[in-house]
Design a protein around this ligand. Structure first.
Ligand SMILES: Cc1cc2nc3c(=O)[nH]c(=O)nc-3n(C[C@H](O)[C@H](O)[C@H](O)COP(=O)(O)OP(=O)(O)OC[C@H]3O[C@@H](n4cnc5c(N)ncnc54)[C@H](O)[C@@H]3O)c2cc1C
Length: 410
C-alpha cells in the first residue's frame, strides 16, 4: 500500500472520482488529460492507494483470449493490454511479455481449447499458436498435457506500481488525491452530487464511482438499483519455494470452466521472479477478507440476504466443495497444479497472499461476466470490474470517460 494523497478534500470540484484503485486512478488520469480545465478530485477511504484488488492479484496482463467476442471485456482487454505495454515502456515500469500456455491435460478438454482459440482469434489477440505435447515442452519443459494454446502477448507487471504511476500523472496534471477519506453519503441534486465523507462534504458537478468490492453499496447510496450485489470471493495463493521456482518459466493456465468467470488455479511467474499457484475462489465473510478468519457482520448479512447468493450456491455447489477443499487443505491446490507439473510436491509450496474479488451477482444468481456500468443522475457507477480489469484499465478508463461525456454532455 502506497501512502499518497496530496490534499484535503475540496468543498467543490467539477468531477469527483470515488475509489483510488487502478480503475479510479486511470479514470481520473484520463479526465485531466481530456478536460485540462476541469477540477478533478479522487477520494479514497484507505490510507494509501491501490490497497485492495489492485495490489492483491495475479499480476497478469491478459491478452484478451477468454472473453465472448463483442463483449466489453474482449474489446477493452485487447486494446487495454496494448495501451498498458506502451505505457509501461514510456514510464519505465518493469514488465515482462513472457507469454502464457493454456494446457489441456485430457482429450475431453480439447473442445474447450478450440473454443478459446476461436474466441482469441475473433477478439484479435496477436500471435496465438496451437502446440502439441512436444511443442509445449519446448515452452515449459516441466509441463505435461495433450495440447496447448500459446499466447506470446500475455505478460506480467505489478499493478500497484502501475496504479502509483497513474496517481503521479494525476497529481502532475493538477488533480487532487485525498486518502483516508471514506465516502459515506451520496446525495443527488439538480446541479451537483453531494458527497459526504470523513472530512465533511464535497459538492461535485459529476461523480464517477470506482468502489471495487464496495461498488454496490455506493451505488445504492446514490439511488441506483441494488441489483447486482457484490459477493466477495476470496482467492488465496501459494508460493513455490525458491529452489523449485525453476519448474515454471512463465504462465501456465488450465482450460477454464466456461460456466464460471474465474480462470482456475494457475501458475504465475511474477515480475519479481517469484512463482505463485492459485488463486482459490471461495465466497468470503468480508469484502476485505485477506485472512480466511476475517468476517464482518454487515458484509456477511448482505451476502446471505441476497437471493442471488442462494441461487448461485444451488447452481455451483459442486465447485463450492472443491473450493472449500482448496481453502482447508493447501495440498489440494498443489494437487490441482500438479496435473500440469507432475514434479510438484506438497513441500514445494508455502502459503502466500490472498486477494478478494469484487464479483457482481444478480438477483437470479448469475455471476456477471462482463464489465458493467450504470448511470444515475449526475453519477456513473462501475458495477462489475473483475479480471481483466487491471490489464484493461487504460481502455476501461477511456470507455468510462466516453460514457460520462455522452451522458453528461461534456
Ligand atoms: C485474486 C485476484 C486476481 C486477479 N488477477 C488479475 C490479473 O491477473 N489480471 C488482471 O487484469 N486483473 C486481475 N484481477 C482483477 C483486478 O485486480 C481488478 O479488475 C482491478 O484491480 C479492479 O480495480 P478497481 O479500481 O475497480 O478496484 P480496487 O482496486 O478494489 O479499488 C477500489 C477502491 O475503492 C475504494 N473505496 C471503496 N469504497 C469507498 C468509499 N466508500 N469511499 C472511498 N473509497 C472507497 C477502496 O478502498 C479501493 O481502494 C484480479 C483480482 C483478484 C482479486
Amino acid at each position: 500500500m502506497r501512502p499518497v494523497g496530496n490534499s484535503r478534500p475540496p468543498a467543490r470540484c467539477d468531477v469527483a472520482v470515488v475509489g483510488a484503485g487502478i480503475l479510479g486512478l486511470a479514470v481520473a488520469r484520463e479526465l485531466v488529460r481530456r478536460r485540462p480545465a476541469a477540477s478533478v478530485c479522487v477520494l479514497e477511504r484507505e490510507q494509501g492507494i491501490a490497497a485492495h484488488q489492485s495490489s492483491h492479484n495475479s499480476g497478469v496482463i491478459h491478452a484478451g483470449i477468454y472473453y465472448a467476442p463483442g463483449s466489453l471485456k474482449a474489446r477493452l482487454c485487447v486494446a487495454g493490454a496494448n495501451q498498458l505495454y506502451a505505457y509501461c515502456e514510456q514510464r519505465g515500469i518493469p514488465y515482462a511479455r513472457c507469454g502464457k500456455l493454456i494446457v489441456a491435460v485430457k482429450n475431453s478438454e480439447l473442445a474447450g481449447l478450440d473454443e478459446l482459440e476461436r474466441r482469441g482469434r475473433a477478439n484479435g489477440v496477436a500471435g496465438l499458436r496451437r502446440v502439441d505435447a512436444a511443442g509445449m515442452r519446448k515452452i515449459e519443459p516441466h509441463c505435461r498435457g495433450v495440447a496447448g494454446l500459446h499466447s506470446p502477448n500475455t505478460g506480467v507487471v505489478d499493478f500497484a506500481v502501475v496504479a502509483a504511476a497513474f496517481a503521479e500523472d494525476l497529481l502532475q496534471a493538477g488533480g487532487t488525491l485525498v486518502t483516508a477519506c471514506q465516502v459515506h453519503g451520496v446525495q443527488g441534486a439538480t446541479r451537483s452530487v453531494r458527497l459526504k465523507h470523513a472530512h465533511g462534504v464535497t459538492e461535485a458537478t459529476h461523480a464517477i464511482f470506482c468502489g471495487g468490492a464496495w461498488a454496490d453499496r455506493l451505488a445504492v447510496l446514490g439511488g441506483a438499483d441494488p441489483d447486482p450485489r457484490i459477493v466477495p470471493f476470496r482467492g488465496a495463493y501459494l508460493r513455490l519455494v525458491p529452489a523449485r521456482a525453476a519448474l515454471v518459466r512463465a504462465l501456465i493456465y488450465p482450460v477454464p470452466d466456461p460456466s464460471l468467470p474465474f480462470l482456475g488455479v494457475h501458475l504465475t511467474r511474477h515480475i519479481d521472479g517469484g512463482v505463485t499457484l492459485g488463486p482459490s475462489a471461495l465466497p468470503a465473510g468480508a469484502r476485505d477478507a485477506y485472512r480466511l478468519s476475517t468476517v464482518r457482520a454487515r458484509d456477511l448479512r448482505e451476502t446471505l440476504t441476497w437471493p442471488g447468493s442462494w441461487r448461485m450456491a444451488r447452481h455451483f455447489w459442486r465447485h463450492g466443495l472443491t473450493e472449500i477443499r482448496h481453502a482447508a487443505l493447501p495440498g489440494s491446490m498443489v494437487h490441482a497444479a500438479g496435473v500440469y507439473i507432475p514434479e510438484l510436491g506438497l513441500r514445494d509450496a508455502q502459503p502466500a497472499f490472498a486477494g478478494v474479488r469484487a464479483q457482481a451477482v444478480d438477483r437470479r444468481g448469475r455471476l456477471l461476466d462482463d464489465f458493467a456500468f450504470s448511470i444515475t443522475g449526475r453519477a456513473l457507477h462501475v458495477r462489475n470490474a473483475p479480471s481483466p480489469g487491471a490489464s484493461a484499465s487504460l481502455a476501461v478508463a477511456g470507455h468510462i470517460v466516453d460514457q460520462a461525456a455522452q451522458a453528461f454532455a461534456w
